[in-house]
Design a binder for this molecule. Structure first.
Ligand SMILES: Cc1cc2nc3c(=O)[nH]c(=O)nc-3n(C[C@H](O)[C@H](O)[C@H](O)COP(=O)(O)OP(=O)(O)OC[C@H]3O[C@@H](n4cnc5c(N)ncnc54)[C@H](O)[C@@H]3O)c2cc1C
Length: 203
């Protein structure tokens, strides 16, 4: 007899894995998660510096954009993950949310529940922030977030130079600078080990 499922999720990337994890928490539901790519067991995936090597067809769709008129018709390289964990398995591991006004715009377009204040509790719940627990960040969630352990001196030089050029330092994921939509620089926090989204699904 053919297998039947309550939910079939296509794509085991960031969204698909979280969705599968949440749905399958109900033991009464049968959930099928389909992924076009293979397993995420390459050591390069577990290692932040591996990002520069994860540009191979076994883990990356290696897309090219359409020719861009404003770039003299050049095509741009457009990587996307093709493995368990999707793009979260090949990304730069910077914990950054969308802009407040983007979520508010979604709500204004007729999507109740998608404004920034409404999605913020879910962001907080997803985080295990090692340094901040407050209005904007949470603890106890499945996604570990920590500050970088080492700051390259050149990073400070870059931030200082940007400040001199009127792009002041700012913390990413803070509401106020994002709401202003201004330019600025930030030294991003990095996790030291990549935990693929699939680590939370048990796949
Ligand atoms: C190189 C790179 C660096 C990035 N750096 C950062 C960063 O530092 N910080 C940050 O916040 N974000 C970063 N991102 C973006 C972030 O990783 C993505 O926004 C996020 O992972 C997208 O999640 P998703 O679930 O929408 O898609 P994905 O995670 O891409 O998942 C889609 C999945 O669907 C699968 N799939 C597609 N078609 C099919 C099909 N027909 N059948 C079955 N499976 C299919 C794909 O193989 C893939 O696994 C980066 C992305 C890339 C590519």
């Amino acid at each position: 007899m053919a297998a039947t499922f309550d939910y079939i999720i296509v794509g085991a990337g960031s969204a698909g894995c979280v969705l599968a994890n949440r749905l399958s928490a109900d033991p009464a539901l049968k959930v099928l998660l389909l992924e076009a790519g293979g397993r995420d067991d390459s050591f390069l995936i577990g290692m932040p510096a591996g990002i520069g090597r994860l540009i191979t067809p076994d883990v990356n769709w290696l897309y090219q954009t359409e020719p861009q008129a404003l770039l003299r018709d050049r095509r741009m390289f457009w990587p996307r993950g093709k493995t368990l964990g999707g793009s979260s398995s090949i990304n730069a591991m910077v914990h950054i949310r969308g802009q407040r006004q983007d979520y508010d715009h979604w709500r204004e377009l007729g999507n109740p529940g998608w404004g920034f204040e409404e999605v913020l509790p879910y962001f907080r719940r997803s985080e295990n922030n090692e340094t901040i627990d407050g209005e904007l960040h949470g603890r106890g969630g499945p996604l570990n977030v920590c500050e970088r352990r080492y700051t390259n001196p050149l990073s400070r030089v870059f931030v200082d130079a940007a400040a001199a050029a009127n792009a002041p330092p700012m913390r990413i994921n803070r509401v106020v600078p994002c709401a202003g939509g201004g330019n600025g620089t930030s030294m991003a926090g990095k996790r030291l080990r990549r935990l693929s989204r699939t680590d939370t699904t048990g796949t």
